[in-house]
Design a protein around this ligand. Structure first.
Ligand code: UD1
Ligand code: CA
Length: 483
């Protein structure tokens, strides 16, 4: 009884195999196709992430000659890598994994790394169908209006799937079949291994096709079940850049829809790019043409105007980001207003109720509550307190050609327009910098720092100059007449 129970536990174990070793010739890229990003995440990571919650014991990834890059990109994933040294087809890729599968029982999901839109619920259906029917193979199919490029499903008069014919090998009649191989399979491991040994490359591509397994199993009297997805885009493969863009349009629409249903207003969702990893909050408003990437988080009631690009940036609540602002790796406090045309980067932290205006660049700086830098400034490596007024055109001269230096501006400092602060330098609390100063030394608390040449007014100067000019012209005329 106990032995029986153990056996059945064994039989219901779940494994996954992802094929990612293909040469991706159609993609025309130096980088492995499966590492190309889709809404901020590589194609293969989309597939791997869909396995979460399915109780998969072990996941194998088949990699090819460019596998080192894939390996390092998957550093955080607990997967076993299998090398396929020559790319002789999808069946051959599974053959490369056979030695690692030999002692396993149970189900093996075999997925292609280039079908990123697959859903966890569909993978669960594949696994459950195999377990329920004790099937040797469960295959997902779907119907396409234009099935070109996909393997066609050949059914007998009873409607049973008997074979998959690849585009290259299909007759005109077979090409007209609209039901295609979605590329998602679940096998009983021993049945798959047995069938693998019978694969041959006798086809137009001279490859070992994984798709031939179905026919081999059928011929051996094994049980093959097909299920279909009514969400056809789920099975879209990415073989070239155009297909990448089609899949991206689809996923982007899904992401925007999810946030709109969560209470985010998105004006013209098809123009907005939101990575899968981004988090938005209710009552945020996203204008057309906005790009939100990486670990960006947008708080409740924030407004992000058109053509802003935010990456790895956290906005507290009710932050307003005006047109054409670029913010990377930074965080912005509640009720602060940024832009238009602002550029914030490299761990910049802006406090609440602050104002960072047009053509202001802030790099690796902290800016306190209610501080304003409203126009045309560069603030780099600066520590700026609260209620500071950074006048128009203020520049921190943080780089001496060799090293970067810090500028410290304490609370309630007032910096007059067009001042340069040559770092390292500190403006102490409540101090005041006269407009147009080049500050090279610290300004003490509540002091006025003036660092510019004293003004001299030369009385009557413009009139005198005009008189001299007239005299000059008269002289010239006279000389010309005499010559
Ligand atoms: C494959 C199917 C086709 C199906 C379509 C669904 C085969 C023979 N054809 O065609 O029936 O409709 O997917 O998207 O399986 N790979 C390897 N090693 C290889 C070759 C490929 O690991 O030697 C990997 C690729 O990296 C890719 C996946 O297998 O992730 C699929 O290969 P691909 O060449 O894209 O197959 P398709 O022509 O799209
Ligand atoms: Ca493909």
């Amino acid at each position: 009884m106990v032995a029986n129970k153990n056996q059945s536990l064994h039989r219901n174990k779940r494994y996954a195999l992802i094929l990612a070793a293909g040469q991706s010739i159609r993609f025309k890229s130096l980088k492995p196709k499966v590492l190309h990003p889709l809404c901020g995440k590589s194609l293969i990571c989309h597939v791997l992430d869909k396995l979460k919650g399915l109780n998969i014991e072990r996941t194998f990834v088949v990699i090819g000659p460019d596998g080192d890059e894939v390996k390092s990109a998957l550093g955080g994933y607990p997967v076993n890598f299998v090398s396929q040294s020559e790319q002789l087809g999808t069946g051959h890729a599974v053959m490369a994994a056979a030695p690692q599968l030999r002692d396993l029982r149970g189900s093996l999901l075999v997925l292609y790394a280039d079908t990123p839109l697959i859903r966890t619920q569909t993978l669960r259906r594949l696994l459950k169908t195999r377990e329920k029917h004790k099937a040797d193979q469960v295959l997902l199919t779907t119907d396409y209006e234009n099935p070109s490029g996909y393997g066609r499903i050949i059914r007998n008069e009873k409607g049973e799937a008997m074979d998959i014919v690849e585009e290259k090998d299909a007759s005109a009649e077979q090409k007209a079949i609209r039901e295609v191989n979605a590329g998602l399979n679940c096998f009983r491991i021993p049945s798959l291994l047995e069938a693998l040994s019978q694969l041959s490359p006798a086809n137009a591509a001279q490859e070992y096709y994984l798709t031939d397994i179905l026919r081999i199993l059928r011929n051996g009297g094994k049980k093959v079940v097909t299920i279909s997805t009514d969400l056809p885009n789920e099975a879209r493969g990415v073989n070239n850049r155009e297909e990448l863009s089609l899949v991206e349009i689809n996923l982007r629409a899904q992401i925007a829809r999810r946030w709109m249903l969560e209470g985010v207003t998105i004006l013209n969702p098809s123009s907005v790019y939101i990575d899968e990893s981004v988090e938005l909050s209710p009552d945020a408003i996203i204008y057309p043409g906005v790009l939100l990437e990486g670990k960006t988080k947008v708080g409740a009631g924030c407004v992000i105007h058109s053509f802003c690009h935010l990456k790895d940036t956290v906005l507290d609540q009710e932050v307003m980001v005006d047109q054409c602002s670029v913010i990377r790796n930074s965080s912005i406090g509640k009720n602060t207003r940024v832009g238009p045309f602002a550029h914030l980067r490299d761990n910049t932290v802006i406090g609440p109720e602050a104002r960072i205006g047009s053509f202001v660049e802030v790099k690796k700086s902290r800016i306190g509550k209610r501080t304003t830098a409203a126009h045309l400034s560069y603030l780099g490596d600066a520590e700026i307190g609260s209620q500071v007024n950074v006048g128009a055109g203020t520049i921190t001269c943080n780089y001496d050609g060799i090293r970067k230096h810090k500028t410290v501006i304490e609370d309630q400092v007032f910096i007059g327009s067009d001042s340069q602060l040559v770092a390292p330098v500190t403006l102490h609390q409540g101090s005041y910098v006269a407009a147009g100063s080049s500050i090279t030394e610290d300004v003490p608390e509540y002091a006025l720092g003036i660092a510019r040449a004293r003004q001299i007014n030369k009385e009557g100067w413009t009139r005198r100059r005009a008189g001299e000019q007239k005299k000059k012209e008269k002289r010239k005329k006279k000389e010309q007449q005499e010559s």
